[in-house]
Every structure is written in C-alpha cells, then in structure tokens.
Write a protein that binds this ligand. Structure first.
Ligand SMILES: [Zn+2]
Length: 139
C-alpha cells in the first residue's frame, strides 16, 4: 500500500468511505480494501462510518510496519520507535466487529501498550506464536 499521511485525518471526526477517500484523493474501493485489511469500521447502519482516530492509527501502523518491516510476531512500539516483541509473548485479542479486532500487548522493552489491527481469520496464525487471550468487549 502506498504511503498515506496519517496526519491528514482529523481524529475527532467520523468519515464515510467517500469522505475518507476524498481526504487522500483516492477511490473509495481503496478504503474498502483498508477495512478488509483491518481498518475498524462501524457497520451497524449505512453509510458505514470510520472513526478518524481509528483511520489515523491504522495508517500510522501501516506506515511504520512498512518502514520498519515488522514481522508478524512483532509489534511497532511508538515509544521505542522500533518493532518489538510483546512482553512474555502475551497478547490480548479485542473484538472490534465480527470480522476484525485488535491485538494488544505491552512492549518488552518499555512496557508501553502496543497494538496491531488484524482480521478475525488471522487469529489462528497469531495464536501459533503468541499466548493469545480472547477478550470480548462491548458485546
Ligand atoms: Zn517500547
């Protein structure tokens, strides 16, 4: 994926696919692809809405993992500014929707919270190298 500037997204507003696409001058199908790749999206009613802060976090994560070449078993730590392993390999899965969630752990170097947006179907892969706990939130 191309390098989109996360700072163009306003964290206090919500975006439809069209609005977010307009921010970057891209087609809304690209936004749909981001959602497929783990960008959280509120799909309870139409139009689907993306929270600005989620879009920003998603783009930051994409940008950093691209730059730093995070392995699947690593997280990007904002404080260490490097790919890191989660402390004790312990990671929690937090459900965002039926198809997506967020992996959360703490950096083994500085103990900051580290996150990774993933699709529900990839959990099995992650559980092969993380001690994965599935936490249901907001059910
Ligand atoms: Zn760290």
């Amino acid at each position: 994926m191309a390098n989109y500037n996360p700072n163009l997204v306003k964290i206090h507003r919500n975006y439809t696919y069209e609005e977010l696409a307009m921010v970057f001058g891209i087609h809304k199908n690209t936004i749909a692809a981001w959602v497929k790749n783990g960008l959280p999206c509120i799909q309870e009613r139409r139009p689907f809405l993306i929270l600005g802060r989620d879009a920003k976090a998603f783009l930051q994560q994409q940008r950093m993992s691209k730059k730093q070449k995070c392995k699947q078993s690593e997280f990007y730590c904002m404080r260490c500014k490097a790919p890191v392993k989660p402390y004790d390999n312990f990671v929690e899965y937090i459900t965002i929707s039926s198809t997506k969630g967020r992996l959360m752990g703490s950096c083994e170097n500085c103990e900051s919270i580290v996150n990774k947006f993933v699709s529900y179907t990839s959990i099995e892969v992650y559980s092969s190298f993380f001690k994965l706990e599935n936490q249901e939130l907001g059910t």
